[in-house]
Design a protein around this ligand. Structure first.
Ligand code: PXL
Length: 279
């Protein structure tokens, strides 16, 4: 069985980060190993939250894995809480990265033109250096703008603008960049990628849904990792991730009792497993 190490916080309630990554990776029939970076009562879009930083635990946990000779087919990082944590995650890439395994970085730190609570430009600059060490990065347009120190453009941009942005993102050092939340026409939304090794662009669009839910970036990244770990190529993995995210949003819209803080990705598992040929 393939094994993914995912490094991000555990927000006890909130349907994001580890409470999303763990079940989704498992649904692919892939083992999910976790390195929790912090424990929060709930994610930071709630009015208030507790935050227990686990940074000091990271080196010791990694040492134990080294003693055991544990290896990973992919390492996937999401929300990270501090600049020091990014340095420690870089050490993990150095120590557990190989020529064969995939390093996937979701620079989860911003959306809709704004950084999440607690982050500043220095953090975004540091996240850009972590992205430089990845095989695949999956920023949204806001995260891309902060990492490139450019203004955020919400819409009305051209395909050339997206292609240039993708080239600048891989210029940070990542082999492939996949931008999420890309839209050229009102009725369609999707992801646009660039593989700098093959010098190839790829994209996949679905119908635009007039809703916005928290945690969809984490759902997208987790599904892309699962598909990539099972050997799907970058375009195929992107398609699986877009389709699963759209299906999760549709399930949420169809549930009148859905909560405000995350999507009902659990209800989309039958769809995912069929799509992946797992059932
Ligand atoms: O969904 C990204 C995310 C992850 N973890 C925490 C967050 C957020 C977004 O707000 O607050 C703690």
């Amino acid at each position: 069985m393939k094994r993914i190490l995912t490094i991000q916080d555990i927000s006890c309630v909130g349907k994001c980060s580890l409470t999303v990554a763990l079940p989704i990776i498992s649904a692919f029939g892939v083992e999910a190993a976790v390195l929790p970076t912090a424990v929060l009562s709930n994610h930071t879009a709630f009015k208030s939250f507790t935050f227990r930083d686990l940074t000091d635990d990271i080196p010791g946990i990694a040492e134990e894995w080294k003693k055991e000779g544990i290896t990973f087919d992919a390492i996937y990082t999401g929300y990270l809480g501090s600049i020091r944590q990014i340095d420690l995650v870089s050490d993990i890439f150095r120590d557990f990265g190989t020529a064969e395994n995939l390093i996937i970085v979701d620079p989860a730190m911003a959306d809709n033109g704004k950084l999440y609570k607690g982050f500043d430009q220095a953090f975004a600059d540091k996240m850009a250096t972590l992205c430089g060490k990845a095989d695949i990065i999956v920023p949204n347009l806001t995260e891309a703008a902060f990492m490139l120190n450019e203004p955020y453009i919400a819409g009305g941009y051209s395909e050339d603008y997206i292609k240039e942005t993708l080239k600048k993102l891989t210029g940070l050092g990542a082999k492939t960049a996949v931008l999420t939340g890309v839209t050229f026409e009102k009725s369609k939304l999707g992801a646009y990628g660039y593989d700098s090794v093959k010098n190839e662009f790829f994209s996949y669009f679905r119908e635009y849904l007039p809703v916005a839910f928290h945690g969809t970036g984490d759902v997208f990244a987790s599904a892309l990792c699962g598909a990539a770990a099972l050997g799907r190529n970058q375009k195929e993995s992107t398609e699986v991730a877009v389709d699963f995210t759209v299906e999760s949003i549709i399930k949420t819209m169809n549930n009148p009792a859905h909560n405000w803080y995350g999507v009902d990705f659990e209800a989309a598992f039958p769809f995912l497993m069929k799509k992946m040929g797992l059932v």
